[in-house]
Write a protein that binds this ligand. Structure first.
Ligand SMILES: *[C@@H]1O[C@H](CO)[C@@H](O)[C@H](O)[C@H]1NC(C)=O
Ligand SMILES: *[C@@H]1O[C@H](CO)[C@@H](O)[C@H](O)[C@H]1NC(C)=O
Ligand SMILES: *[C@@H]1O[C@H](CO)[C@@H](O)[C@H](O)[C@H]1NC(C)=O
Ligand SMILES: CC(=O)N[C@H]1CO[C@H](CO)[C@@H](O)[C@@H]1O
Length: 375
């Protein structure tokens, strides 16, 4: 079994994303389970201006796809790190490329940390998502052929017969057991704050709302009538952090996968009303006849976003870096089934974290504003 560490030292891989930021904040709370934690946070790029330095003890920039760079940066702390929190993703053009790149990064990091002569590494948490149950919906060559599981999804559902980098990453981690235990966390739409996440729904919706305001366009819902009226769910980055820390230090169970959602459901109609209130834009009900492609619209309005950034002196974000997230939003808002996870397993195991999705929106938008990412 894993060695019992005498101090808790976390390596948060992907600390500048929504989940990473909330994880580092949660680990640094005096009440954090398993604490006090020493926290190393890593990212591919350098620290963004909005990143609060106080939530990590050390910030490391390195490229996990490159083994030499991983050795150079992580070997020096390999005799120290007890827990890895994996919240990094890199998204490539298709799922096969994702599989290769992602499993390589994960393997590089765990191999290097394990190679220390007295490596205390005992647990790795892996954040994946509900694509585990619905398949690679963002892969253009596969998206139209997918057959998903019937919701509500549960952890014991068999894998779908499509390539999925989540499956490969789970296999990579399982290959280190029993010397290192792992837990897998499957959020739905993550709500949090960052300018660096590949898929940041709330940031995109904030950008879209501000463009509509700026251009005098109606803030129309870019999905279909089904999602407008049916239930969906979200995963607050704080709940996700809490669940990962809870699973990481558990002595009672090892090597388990958990859904991780807020525990409530919402219709996009109700979500939209809340967004309109927070952004102070007029609520326009969904109208089938006004269907449009939000990705094309955002590409057309890239210069409008540049202007807003300029006028408000915001952190320089580029529309082109958000197009993948807009495409993901478009896919999710046009689903024809309810994306809802079953949280019973977490509760059976003793995790009761939750968030009220609609109530959380304003807080997270204010956070994005405080970080000077949106006006
Ligand atoms: C997650 O939720 C889905 C849908 O309810 C369910 O099928 C799946 O078993 C759950 N997974 C876990 C690990 O609880
Ligand atoms: C923004 O998008 C709308 C809708 O697609 C379009 O009518 C408008 O011309 C775009 N604005 C600019 C500045 O391109
Ligand atoms: C939720 O998951 C539990 C197992 O974790 C299962 O017993 C229960 O039937 C599921 N509920 C639904 C509605 O699928
Ligand atoms: C399924 C798959 O492509 N797995 C690959 C993940 O990455 C590792 C390391 O590069 C490869 O060895 C696997 O073949």
């Amino acid at each position: 079994m894993a060695k019992i560490p005498n101090a808790s030292v976390a390596l948060v891989v992907g600390v500048t994303g929504m989940a990473g930021l909330s994880l580092a904040e949660a680990l640094k709370k005096p009440t954090a389970l398993g604490g006090p934690w020493k926290v190393y946070g890593t990212a591919r790029r350098s620290k963004p201006s909005w990143f609060p330095s106080s939530i990590v003890d050390h910030f490391i920039s390195f490229d996990a796809t490159n083994l030499d760079d991983t050795i150079k940066n992580l070997f020096p702390i390999s005799n120290e790190v007890t827990h890895v929190f994996w919240v990094a993703i890199q998204v490539r053009e298709n799922e096969e490329a994702n599989i290769l790149i992602n499993s390589t990064m994960l393997k590089n990091v765990v191999d290097v940390l394990k190679s220390g002569t007295s490596s205390p590494l005992c647990h790795v948490t892996l954040q994946t998502g509900t694509k585990h149950y619905i398949g690679p919906v963002f892969d253009p060559s596969l998206a139209n052929q997918l057959v998903a599981h019937e919701p509500p999804f549960h952890e014991d559902m068999p894998r779908l017969p499509y390539p999925n980098f989540y499956y490969t990453q789970e296999d990579v981690l399982a290959s280190y057991a029993p010397s290192i235990s792992y837990s897998v966390h499957r959020p739905s739409i993550i709500i949090g704050a960052s300018s660096r996440s590949v898929y940041n729904t709330l940031l995109c919706l904030a950008v879209y709302a501000n463009i509509c305001k700026h251009q005098g366009l109606p803030f129309r819902y870019p999905g279909n009538g089904y999602t407008w009226e049916h239930f969906n769910e979200a995963s607050d980055a704080r709940v996700l952090a809490e669940q990962q820390i809870w699973a990481a230090i558990s002595e009672k169970f090892k090597n388990q996968a958990f859904n991780c959602t807020n525990g409530d459901v919402f219709t996009w109609k109700s979500f939209w009303k809340e967004l309109c209130k927070v952004f102070n834009v007029e609520f326009v009900p969904f109208d089938e006849k006004e269907k449009f492609d939000v990705v094309e619209m955002m590409k057309d309005n890239a210069s409008a976003w540049d202007k807003i950034v300029e006028e408000h002196g915001l952190l320089k974000t580029k529309m082109q870096d958000m197009i993948a997230a807009f495409a993901a939003i478009k896919a999710v808002l046009n689903l024809e089934f309810q994306l809802v996870s079953n949280m019973t397993k977490s509760r059976d195991f003793g995790f009761f974290g939750y968030a009220d999705t609609l109530r959380s929106i304003e807080m997270w938008v204010r956070r994005l504003q405080d970080m000077n990412i949106v006006p």
